[in-house]
Design a protein around this ligand. Structure first.
Ligand code: ZN
Length: 473
């Protein structure tokens, strides 16, 4: 290549990057509140055709003139409208700046007039194309394709437009999505579409059936799976399964019922239970959880010791919302409960083994990430470090469990849920309740594990888990 062209090109790319850097700062305060999507499938041609209405709100204090979206690399936008009028937009297949193999269709929609602070706009985006997974990125579980044997629409394969740039670094700064959705999919009568929300209607015309779904709780992802699904249900719990796994499905449903009974026993009845479902997906597609359902790989339908992710997710139903920015320690609690439930329901010893394992994980994390030397667990959410809540939080909640004892631990959670469910609470509220319920002063423990990084001294001393617990008894 001519040197001049290289220079001109790199100056051009440099200015593009600088532009993206300045524009994105306000734009990461944009949020999607609502999706209304219609998707038609053509299995013979392995293609889909979609119309998605997306409501976007500007939560920044600046005017926004362009809205950025990412969509799967083999999906092409045909039209973007607002109030029935087509808008100008640009779309380009772009590699992520920090993950070259990850390519997406980057769409920039020009608005007729700027979106003012606190204003919302609804865009109607029409797009079509196919899905062919993201295995080239190293995401071996994203093998999504349009196939009558199994098809899935999900954010892992960017099957619907989301706000964002071709940059993981920038996209991480968007707040966690929280939206309502309505999705209808049209497929041949021989197939069934399922979703973790509520089925609103089905309508069959000329051998094609349209399934319409809506969310039952504020959602951060939409998943629609299509296959020859069967269904078993009881008391608001639903299991969607592949026909060959009907026996396993009954066992999964029983396990869900047992789990709900156990937790109700521990923490009291759920307020406002909107249902929970498990959707079977083939092995190798990666289990996922959203607010009211789990995509569960087929292995759990064949082996009942694989169902523990459901324990984790179901326990979240009893969580109290923590005031923003949420510390996110509920992930540590759910992880501890997941393993405690294995012991209680499956009658196999597991907690000691998994605690030692998580202690090693925490040791490694503290050695590898400097931030952990200064950022305490209550600030993990604020700093985008929630991944560490699972490991450190699991250890912390097991210490609390051992310190208070089984009964007072669960009684504390029960009282916390009763007082704050449907409201917002703080970590301090939780501490006050554990103190009230147990009559024990737990402040040394909470200081070391939640409010400071004092816990690190136990790691430095190579203390065993039992030795750590002893210091708080
Ligand atoms: Zn969780």
């Amino acid at each position: 290549m001519d040197i001049k062209i290289v220079v001109i090109l790199s100056v051009f790319v440099g200015s593009l990057k600088a532009n993206a850097q300045t524009n994105h700062i306000h734009n990461t305060l944009l949020a999607i509140n609502k999706y209304e999507c219609e998707v038609d499938f053509d299995f013979a041609n392995e293609s889909l055709q979609a119309t998605c209405k997306v409501e976007v709100t500007n939560n920044s204090n600046a005017k926004v003139r362009k809205l950025p979206f990412v969509l799967y690399r083999l999906l092409t936008v045909r039209d973007v409208k607002s109030d029935g009028t087509s808008l100008s937009f640009a779309q380009n297949i772009r590699s992520f700046e920090d993950q070259v193999r990850l390519q997406s269709n980057f769409i920039s929609v020009g608005l007729k007039k700027p979106l003012l602070p606190n204003q919302s706009i609804t865009l109607e985006m029409e797009y079509d194309g196919t899905l062919h997974g993201y295995t080239e990125v190293g995401w071996n579980y994203v093998r999504d394709k349009i196939d009558p044997n199994f098809t899935i629409l999900r954010p892992d394969c960017m099957a619907y437009p989301e706000l964002g740039y071709p940059s993981n670094k920038i996209n991480k700064q968007f707040p966690k999505a929280n939206f309502d959705y309505r999705v209808s999919v049209t497929i041949p009568d021989s197939l069934v579409a399922v979703n973790g929300g509520a089925l609103v209607s089905t309508n069959s015309v000329n051998g094609q059936t349209t399934f319409e779904f809506k969310n039952v709780k504020g959602a951060w992802r939409m998943d629609i799976a299509i296959a020859k699904y069967g269904k078993v249900a009881a008391n608001g719990l639903t299991v969607y399964y592949f026909k060959q796994d009907s026996l396993g499905a009954k066992k999964v449903l029983e396990a869900l019922q047992k789990t709900i009974r156990l937790y109700t026993n521990w923490w009291g009845p759920l307020n406002n239970f909107k249902g929970f479902s498990i959707i079977e997906i083939p092995d190798g597609y990666g289990s996922q959880a959203d607010v009211s359902s789990i995509l569960q790989s087929a292995s759990a339908f064949k082996d009942s010791t694989e169902i523990h992710q459901a324990y984790h997710e179901i326990s979240h139903l009893w969580n109290v919302d923590l005031k923003a920015p949420s510390p996110r320690w509920e992930e540590g609690l759910a992880t501890f409960i997941e393993y405690l439930t294995i012991e209680k329901l499956e009658h196999r010893e597991y907690l000691n083994y998994v605690t030692d394992w998580f202690l090693q994980v925490v040791r490694r994390e503290v050695a590898n990430d400097m931030r952990l030397k200064t950022v305490p667990m209550v600030d993990f959410g604020k700093h985008g470090m929630t991944d560490y809540s699972y490991s450190l939080g699991m250890i912390a909640f097991r210490i609390l469990y051992q310190t208070l004892g089984d009964e007072k631990f669960n009684h504390s959670l029960r009282a916390f849920y009763k007082e704050y469910s449907g409201k917002e609470a703080t970590t301090e509220d939780f501490i006050r309740i554990t103190k009230q319920v147990s009559g024990k002063d737990t402040s040394a423990f909470f200081n070391d594990w939640f409010f400071t990084t004092g816990y690190i001294r136990h790691l430095d001393r190579q203390s065993s888990f039992d030795e750590i617990v002893m210091t708080y008894k």
